[in-house]
Design a binder for this molecule. Sequence first.
Ligand code: GUN
Length: 293
Amino acid sequence: MQLIDGKAISAQIKKEIAEEVSQIKATGGKTPHLAAVLVGHDGGSETYVASKVRTCEEVGFKSSLIRFEETVSEEELLTCVNRLNNDTDIDGFIVQLPLPKHISEQKVIEAIDYRKDVDGFHPINVGRMSIGLPCFISATPAGILELLKRYEIPTQGKHCVVLGRSNIVGKPVAGLMMQKGYPGDATVTVCHSRTPNIKEACLSADIIIAALGVPEFLKGDMVKEGAVIIDVGTTRVPSPETKSGFKLKGDVAFDEVAAKASFITPVPGGVGPMTIISLMRNTLLAGKKEIYK
Ligand code: GUN
């Protein structure tokens, strides 16, 4: 079994991005600028956004954090999105999800200029991705594909089972795994909460991408010998052992599945660090106007 080290790979990509940014600066180019909008004080969102802002500094980007209280109106938030759309210094921005119940996430996502949508959540980016056109690919699916690439894991003709059908991970990663070329060309099965024979599907899988959000859902007796396991789960569970009082649990029962896997991602330190680095890469592409002029 080989551990897929997302922390090491993301550190390497971070270095590559930082080098490119210093080249851009040295030749008088514009410093890429990412803005993040954070509504309320959800612990998970606070942690993710802080980490995104910190990584921007580490790679040499400019970053802006715009905060709103939980009570912000949808109209106020849409006004902010509109301002960011028109701010020529900002190359890309994200609105951290989830948003409070009184705000339509879909409306907010659709208000973002797709050319600045470095999360890749806008329907134009989702649509372009699904037909293989240049676009911003959302960060977690892009990070998963990058891990498969860097570990040179074969995907052509392989049976890939995706557990979960979320708009952010399950659906896009399933689409990408079946696209022509590498890392794609896989035969993809998507399982979800209404799928009756999940165990049978998993037992025939060469690659399993678990993105259900159910801690330790995938057990050792559900995977075949030599399977590649990608764990996207990041459920925060209370833990007296850590300073924060929480620890992250993946969707995979790690020890028993690792005993059968050829490759496996740990939680934390697998897909998580890749997600942030993929957002940085999208911001760099946005800054260089490489996808949209
Ligand atoms: N909430 C959980 N993951 C994400 C993400 O990748 N982007 C945004 N904007 N919100 C999230």
